[in-house]
Unconditional design. Sequence first.
Length: 498
Amino acid sequence: MQRYLIIGFVALLGLVVGLGVYSSREEVRLSDAQATLRQQAVSDAAVIYVENCAVCHGASGEGLGSIPPLDSEALRTMEYDALFKIIARGLYNTPMAAWHQDEGGMLTDYQIEQLVAQIRYADWGQIRELAAQRGMIPASLAVPDVTEAQLAQISALGPEGQLWSEGFQLYANTCVTCHGANGEGSTLGVPLNTPEVRAQDAASLTQTIVEGVPGTMMAAWGTLLEASELDALVAFLQHWDQLEAQGIALEMPAPQMIDLDDPEAILALGERLFVSTCTSCHGDNGTGGLGPAINSQQFLSRQDDAAITQAITEGGHRPNSAMPAFGERLTSVEIAALVSYIRSLEENAPVVANPRGTQQGGGGPPWLQATPDPANPIQPRGQGQGQGQGRGQGQQGQNEQTPQQSAPSTTYRGTVVSVASNALTFYDEASRSNLEAMLGPPWWWEPNAIALRPGDRIALEGFEGEGHMELNWIENLTTGERLDLRTPDGKPVWQGGN
């Protein structure tokens, strides 16, 4: 009897402890269950939204034209019943129609509840991605439409109206990608339609546009904009509020439906994105500008599709690179289309003299490309001992011959024509002819080679060997790589020279 009492007591104790543990986790379990239900509601609502709402409110809830955005804190914090009522019954005297079946619409209670969940909890970037996967391409990076009526209305605003209209058009074509259709700013650029910007004087605004802002994505536009264009753009920025007071605003085009199974449609999408998004930095047809020349054999022969995709998604990784990251602004479909268009340029891409863009200096003159030697700094020419030492050392260097080098050296500068194993053919700018040189023994060159591709700009120092040119050093000015083939005393490095 006593044994049964002990068993019963232990069982009761276990039940009490179990209920306590279960109760202590009830709040967490309830929270997890609610999160799961919200996730399911948002997932189901995304399809409803893309098929019915995105055409007016944008593929990522950004709002189109006069239609307000849904990706806003005001709506996320609005009471549930208020949101439900707006979707179900619409808004009087606005384009917002009633969507509930009882009001003549096509949505049930459950579907509207899902849309409310989406507005309050959704990651709009994922909604945008889903829209793209269904062929609805958002237009947030497209060039907004500027009508002749708008330009005429701006021109009529006053003596400077014509200047403002030119700036309005220029902003639409050049600045929208980073700063937003109406100057609201984005992840790529700061807001420009603000009292603080309008309060700046013209000289300060012009300087910012011309020189850019170090440490930000704002590149220097001084080499791409004429003085008259700078004046027009600055005048527009300073008087933007006067245009808004007249109801003048840039409107983004509506999302566009394309056939994702049609390669030509994908290619056309990529071209439109390139024109509206990339040409401002990479130049018309990708020929280079603030950024490197994309439409070049140097770029396209070296970068595979994965590397181009990474550059678009994550932006530039080079020091002082102004390449923004577009991974959060473009969908995977748009990025794939952009890569497809860039790749289509390769067949007819030219060899570009300076593919790195106008911000690069081309490597500098040959006499400044040698690596500085801290132990032997150059003495300034003056009077007395310093001057005499400089002349004496120079004469000795010119007259010394080594067993490995039996002829004077000459510095060349030109462009790679071809590389076959260890044989280099290059175009020499000085003689305007093709020359040939050996790049060391094949067994040494191949494992130690630097990249040399047709079209690369190079500098090298060579001398006449046994029937061919031998090299002391070679530098790829396009990539910045340099390789010394001989020591300062002329000994080949493959023979143990250091």
